[in-house]
Design a protein around this ligand. Sequence first.
Ligand code: PHE
Ligand code: ZN
Length: 878
Amino acid sequence: MRSETAQLIKLEDYKETPYVIENVSLVFKLQPEATEVISTLTLFRREGTETGAPLELDGDDLTLVSVAIDGAALAEEAYEASPEKLVVQTPPADTFKLEVVTRVNPTTNTKLEGLYLSQGIYCTQCEAEGFRRITYYYDRPDVLSVFTTRIEADKVTNPILLGNGNPQDAGDIEGTDRHFAVWHDPHPKPAYLFALVAGDLACTSEKYTTASGKPVDLNIYVEKGNEDRTDWSMDSLIRSMRWDEKVFGREYDLEVFNIVAVSAFNMGAMENKGLNIFNDKYILADSDTATDMDYEGIETVVAHEYFHNWTGNRITCREWFQLCLKEGLTVFRDQEFSSDERSRPVKRIADVIRLKSRQFPEDQGPLSHPVRPTEYKEINNFYTATVYDKGAELVRMIKTILGADGFRKGMDLYFERHDGDASTIEDFLKCFEDANQQDLSHFSLWYHQSGTPFVKANGSYDEAAKTYTLDLEQNTAATPGQDEKKPFFIPIRFGLVGPNGDDLAYTSVEGAHVDGDLLHLTEDKQTVVFHGIGSKPVPSLLREFSAPVKLESTLSREDQIFLMRHDIDPFNRWQATQTLMTELLIELTNGEEPAGKDAFIEALGHMAEDKNLDHAFRGFGLMLPSEQAIALEIGKDVDTDAIGDARDAFSKEIGKALYDTFKRIYDAMEMPATFSPDALSAGKRALKLRCLSYLGAAQTEESAVLTKAHFDNADNMTDRMGALTVLVIWQLAGAQDALKAFEARHKDTALAMDKWLSIAARAPSEDAIAAIRTLTEHPAFSWDNPNRIYALIGGFLGGNTRGFHAADGSGYDYLAEITLQLDKTNPQVASRMAKSFGTWKNMNAERRVKAEAALKRILAADQQLSTDVKEIVELCLD
Ligand code: PHE
Ligand code: ZN
């Protein structure tokens, strides 16, 4: 939305609508440039609304054709219409039918919200406030209604017509070359879950029978020519449906479940009732064009959207402040699904890496907000890592605190009590309290108080008394709008690791609620004493990453190396490795020579070859923290060049020191004869490529040849892309040839070329911006498609730290320029890019001056900014 006076929306202002919409009947006469939408709403006055109170419906960029009530056109003075609003001053009765005709232009809809065309396919995107770009409506999640949709379109160009719910009718429109389809959705839903699709699509189908024996038709629709790339998404869908029956007791509730993949889509995918619409990146896969990470992403997103059917659709949100009610919970569910389908510890590590790289920076900068915010200007800006990923961590903590059975009881009660409701976080938490007779009021602070808590732990052993004392402290820095912080309820899973690697038992404990291996840290400071500890332990804290906090441990490097080798919790073995790497990298960044570096490298070599560990786990263990992660850890006066230099040098040093180890692992890895995306094979590829990247970092002649051969011989995208990345990042001989070969092979596959763009965007360069500008001219790039922008521009902002944070400010200037440019066509994408400014305050003075100037230039530009971009820039400058 564009407006000069973006108003602050506040949770405390929530009010029910004066009228209730019982029924919605929509007719779409699809035409590329002038689609007519006839909406018939059955409305009644809500109890408590005074008779004749005005009916005010939302619109956005709408052209009104006509408006009538109960069959009679409204006189001009009886209503007020603008592109943003339709107000009927005095509705004539308590119950009435409002018939509104609007006209919209799908062709010029570059925002990709509302009804638009993607590659000749009509599709809609209504979350959060896109339905108002189709017709006037109470476009808010607490207005639930039963929808019937009739779609009319040209038969030849749009043979497939899809809507929400079940198909009801279809046929030709006599005397024309058009046809129609009618879809009816019996489940009342908010408008943000509305969808329609029309186009010439290919389809793959399967039959599914629910646990109680109901048949469901599963269909995946894609652009023609892509139908042989849907096997994995269909497989993922079927596994998701089974899993939700088994683990949460949730069955599907319509006769059909349709998925459509489109190439122009702002987000990942959308859970419209019975008609999920996907960014094609999360549907299409084959071994030649998709990486193992893509396969995993597809599995996750397909599951996520499917799981929304219960957590989001059957039970939706009262208003958008409750977004985490559906998103945090559904992310938790998709994470659990993937953990069950794959390796749980490996999945946990991947999720924590994601949280720390996306949510922690958000929560430690100007864009920090609570998981359940209380105000916003533009809701599109709040589809954040905090709402999604931290939101999922909060659900996970509830499960940790209540245990698996208590958690399931709470979920069962939630489904039972709130099915059909537009709910709140309070409703949700109440179910866990009621089902378990537990008070979660202290815990609920996690939803309202923003910021990442820092937890400090200091232990000491008293040999004579056989006690181990743990001094724990928590502290959360001020965040925008929240200066004073109360202590959180932090569940800490832990073990006291004895000299032989086993956890030591304690006889009694004082100073905190401790239950088995779970400790509740509830105060600012707590001293916890464990009795009956026979020998000096090494504490392993925050096992499984039991709370989204930053743990500052005072363990010595020897103790960290000990945990890295011996902790029974695989997550903390990985964490110990990361903690050590981060400490060493910071010292290297500061120009120091870290103590214990050689011992660490040696331990890393042991871990790499430890046959008792998962391949994927070992791959993760070898991964150095990213430059951004190191920058966040340093926290202030960051010099990204110094970080980049230190990280490159350390990679090289590890590569050289463990060259033979990596070569041995690389050579010995047995790979299956034909490609399979399963977790074991994927883990082997990941470990092998991780070894290759260290060999590449060593920059020997042999490693260049090996990497080029790996690229040339690759029979799948994971290996091809992995090797290409190593060649380009370490500027090995053959890099340019490989880039050309990749391009020649994949030039016609946009999703594959996205990978090429993102690797090219990360290439070390004297003039990174010039390189990016050149890439924007490449035929594979387009400013009109979000995926291309995320690949190239997103790849640069997120993957080329030196380039984006260049000391001369060229990266910041460029981001300001493209934010302004993109804001003219697609504000959502523009604001997502602009969020990369979110860490500017952590930079050193030289860079801060440049970033601030760039941000101010956006505000001062001679163009009307969207609320999306304006809000982000203002928050960054605040
Ligand atoms: N609700 C979608 C999801 O999480 C995300 C989305 C938001 C998609 C807004 C489009 C627009 O699954
Ligand atoms: Zn979601």
